[in-house]
Design a protein. Structure first.
Lengths: 150, 767
């Protein structure tokens, strides 16, 4: 439980506004501050992670501590985003948790194969979502030691 | 070539006459002289014992000489050029021989190379005719050729040839004799002295002309025995010094005749005999057999002419034979091709072949037919019973050659057929596929036939002086009628050909079907993949807005809770319940659709353990109820998918608990190998010797009218809020899992008394 005053950056790659709103609602209710960055599709996410166009300034484009990745995205989809992150030296240690509706075992295996650090199903209902996110964040930010990224 | 010398020293009888080496008799008929000579210097190696009377030289004199010593230079030249060419084309030769008195004597000679490579020269006395008179030859044959052209059918040709040959040779009787498939023969044309008894229509058994004699007829197209009571002339010395064996006289015109054959001819009261071979496709088709009651010599010229006639007739045979019953043949051929055409476009051979009963039968002029396709037997016309046919098929399978078997005397080879001889003495069986039991069968009834034999054809046994039993040729050639029973009319070669063609078209249909199946499979694979994609899309794209609705309803409740009255709050709560239910339905649908496509992971499953695991899980969840669970039998170890099999038991046992309002819920889980007394339904699975599992309860039971629908997906028999709710997919999923294992599931129930589900986890062919 270090430096609670400094918000933890999380990148959420999520195309659904409703899911994002539910997510934000839950995040705000949690007893900790986060700075949440959202990309609505895969291409934007890759631009964000590999600054070339929109996010050149480090203040606008800080390096997140955790990526929550939806799989089915318009354009470049989540699987490809995951593969790209893992193929680049700068980010291949970045924790990526897949956060999706799909419980297809093929997707689950694929993502772990690509080096995903977790695979979580989006639950139905606000209380279930609160439970899920609360546990997830405690796991990553209270109990886990995160890698040092260059 | 036949060379069974080991029996050569035994007396020849009918039982062994098939083995008699008649091509090496080591003797000749006395109407000519035979020389065996050396290739290099024409040194004479063997001569017949009659040279003194013919040539004036004693045999011993000649054995010291060369042919060059006794023939004039011109004749030597003729022999030399004959040896250099095709013998057939240049024989006979006119040869001038110098006798010991240095007088020139004219002979006709034939030179040939024997199968054992020895050179043989045969001489006969010339007659008044000049052998090389081409004009006379032309005159004699011209008319015959013209007449042949005017005849269209086989019988006419045979009759004409008998007449013409008799004109040339002036014998008492000339017959055309045709061999049947079984080797027996029948006189099909005859021209004779009017006072003689006719042999026309008489049949002679296979044994009358033994195999090796038939072979010699094939090789040597004309055979003359001028006097059947001749004294044969031995060859001197008995063995040829070159080969140290008796020379092979297969092609010799003077070759001495088998004693059995002589006896046979003597019994027929014949003085002279001549046979001209008739060949079709180089196989012996028949003979022109000529008999004269007294000895009669024929000069070379007449013989050459007869041989020529035989060749002409041989050439004409195929032509005329094809024209035999031409209308019938054309009709049959048309029928066959129509039939083949009609089934070619069909999808199913049973359907196609069985569609036109009349045509199926007339294809081979049958009176009955059957199509056997696995367990299905379709009968057409007059046939034995289904059961009899099945037994017949079992018998015939090992006898099939090229997928075909046929006979016109079934009861002889298959004695049970005597029972249904009026339906099936003739049989054709064609097998369509090797792997499966697919046959087409045709039947013909018994037709009692009369065969006129030339004498009783069975071999005759006589006792000789020493009391040994000896077979000898029969004495009488009087017409001897045999009534042939247990035979149908014979199947004709063109009928059999039609069947072979039919089979290949049917095989074509089957292959076409297999191709279609392959392409359907491919389509199915594709649509399965599409379904998979669809299910996936449904999972994501339907659930996302659903989740949104749910979440927004809960936002409303949270944010506007003070502005809503009780009714508004209730409605929002209902909205959230409904979305939850819809999510459950979507999940069940997904699970179900995935079940049919994921691979089974079959392992050995100890069902005891598996059921106990399931019970442990269920008991934890249902701890507040009184539940009595019995497992009377020890459960087996079977092959199955662990996760899916557990799901079956979870679903069935949960249902048994859920749909039960007894104070004490009783559940029995067990194993059956046969139908127990208490089971109501006699299911075929009970007879297949495979384990049948059951889950039996004392619950609320199912009304009979609902039994059909309980396995239908999302079908619920009760209101949503009764019996703990549920999606209504559980039993559908159970059924799917059972079917994936190749098993079956069924249910029996008494309303308000209880329900029993039975299922198997393997098909009848696996255990």
């Amino acid at each position: 439980m270090k430096s609670e005053d400094k918000p933890i950056s999380i990148l959420v790659i999520e195309d659904s506004d409703e899911d994002y709103e539910a997510f934000m609602r839950v995040v705000k209710s949690l007893p900790r501050t986060f700075s949440i960055y959202r990309c609505e599709d895969g291409d934007t996410a890759l631009d964000f992670l590999f600054p070339e166009e929109n996010y050149r300034e480090p203040t606008i484009a800080p390096c997140p501590r955790l990526i929550l990745l939806d799989l089915n995205l318009p354009g470049t989809d989540g699987r490809e985003v995951l593969a790209t992150i893992r193929s680049k030296k700068e980010l291949n240690l970045m924790p990526v948790v897949v956060f999706t509706t799909s419980f297809n075992q093929k997707d689950v295996n694929f993502c772990y194969g690509q080096g995903a650090n977790g695979y979580i199903l989006k639950p139905m209902g606000i209380s279930a979502l609160t439970d899920t996110l609360h546990t997830l964040f405690r796991y990553w930010f209270d109990f886990s030691i995160l890698p040092e990224l260059s | 070539m036949i060379s069974l010398n080991y029996i050569f020293d035994e007396p020849i009888t009918l039982t062994n006459c098939d083995l008699e080496p008649i091509h090496i008799p080591n003797a000749i008929q006395p109407h000519g002289v035979l020389f065996v000579f050396n290739e290099e210097n024409w040194q004479i190696l063997q001569v017949s014992d009659n040279t003194e009377s013919f040539l004036g030289y004693a045999p011993d004199d000649l054995l010291t000489k060369s042919l060059n010593d006794i023939f004039e230079p011109e004749s030597q030249h003729a022999i030399a050029s004959c040896l250099a060419e095709d013998f057939d084309a240049v024989n006979p030769l006119t040869l001038n021989l110098l006798n010991p008195q240095n007088e020139t004597i004219l002979f006709y000679g034939i030179v040939h190379r024997a199968p054992d490579n020895l050179l043989i020269l045969e001489l006969e006395n010339p007659t008044a005719d000049r052998p090389d008179d081409f004009f006379q030859f032309y005159q004699l044959t011209r008319h015959t050729l013209t007449k042949i052209q005017g005849i269209s059918d086989l019988r006419g040709l045979c009759q004409l040839m008998a007449e013409e040959v008799r004109k040339i040779i002036d014998f008492d009787r000339v017959m055309v004799y045709r061999f049947a498939r079984d080797g027996s023969g029948e006189v099909i044309a005859e021209n004779k002295r009017s006072d003689l008894t006719s042999y026309l229509g008489l049949r002679f058994p296979d044994t009358d002309i033994p195999k090796q004699a038939k072979e010699l007829y094939r090789l040597n197209k004309l055979r003359l025995i001028p006097n059947i009571n001749y004294q044969s002339e031995a060859l001197i010395p008995t063995h040829c010094p070159l080969t140290n064996a008796s020379p092979d006289l297969s092609f010799s015109v003077l070759r001495s005749v088998s004693p059995i054959h002589i006896e046979y001819l003597q019994n027929m009261n014949i003085g002279a005999s001549m046979s001209i071979s008739l060949l079709k496709n180089n196989q012996l088709w028949g003979l022109i057999a000529c008999h004269h009651n007294t000895p009669k010599y024929l000069p070379y010229q007449s013989r050459t002419l007869c041989e020529f006639m035989g060749k002409i007739m041989s050439l004409e045979l195929s032509n005329k034979e094809d024209n035999e019953n031409l209308d019938d043949k054309i009709r049959l051929k048309t029928l066959q091709s129509d039939f083949v055409e009609s089934i070619y476009h069909a999808d199913d051979f049973v359907d196609a072949v069985g569609r036109d009963r009349e045509r199926l039968l007339s294809l081979v002029n049958a009176t009955g037919a059957a199509i056997i396709s696995n367990d299905l037997v379709m009968l057409f016309g007059k046939t034995p019973s289904e059961n009899e046919i099945n037994q017949l098929i079992d018998w015939v399978v090992p006898l099939l050659q090229n997928n075909l078997y046929y006979t016109d005397s079934l009861p002889k080879v298959y004695p049970p057929a005597v029972e249904f001889k009026d339906l099936a003495c003739g049989l054709i069986v064609v097998s369509i596929t090797k792997m499966q039991r697919n046959f087409i069968v045709w039947f013909r009834p018994e037709v009692i036939q009369t065969v006129n034999w030339g004498g009783n054809p069975s071999k005759k046994e006589t006792m000789d002086e020493e009391g040994n039993i000896r077979m000898s040729p029969r004495k009488s050639f009087e017409k001897w009628q045999e009534i042939v029973k247990l035979k149908s009319l014979p199947w004709q070669p063109n009928e059999i050909e039609g069947i072979v063609e039919l089979r290949s078209s049917i095989v074509g249909i089957i292959l076409k079907k297999a191709d279609e199946l392959a392409s359907i499979n491919e389509q199915l694979q594709r649509s399965n993949n599409e379904l998979d994609a669809f299910a996936y899309i449904a999972s994501h794209d339907l659930k996302e807005p659903l989740r949104g609705i749910h979440n927004y309803a809960s936002f409303l409740l949270a944010d506007y809770h003070d502005k809503l009255d009780i009714d508004g709050v209730n409605k929002l709560n209902t909205l959230m319940e409904l979305t939850t239910r819809m999510e459950n339905l979507i999940n069940a649908l997904l699970h179900f659709s995935r079940l049919s496509r994921t691979d089974l992971n079959r392992n050995n499953l100890d069902i005891n353990k598996l059921v106990n695991n399931v019970l442990d899980v269920i008991k934890i969840n249902q701890s507040d109820f009184q539940i009595d669970i019995k497992i009377p039998e020890k459960m087996p170890i079977i092959k199955g998918d662990r996760v899916l099999s557990e799901e079956i038991f979870v679903n069935l046992i949960s249902n048994a608990i859920k749909y039960n309002d007894q104070p004490e819920k009783r559940i029995e889980i067990g194993l059956l190998m046969e139908k127990p007394d208490w089971a109501l339904i006699e299911d075929p699975c009970f007879q297949q010797n495979i384990p049948v599992f059951y889950v039996k309860d004392n619950g609320i039971g199912i009304r009979e009218k609902h039994l059909d629908t309980i396995f239908r997906i999302f079908k619920r028999l009760h209101a949503q809020n009764k019996y703990g709710g549920g999606t209504g997919a559980g039993l559908t999923i159970v059924k799917k899992i059972v079917e994936r294992h190749g098993g079956q599931i069924w249910v029996e129930s008494k309303y308000q008394e209880g329900t029993t589900f039975y299922f198997t986890l393997s098909g009848p062919n696996e255990k």
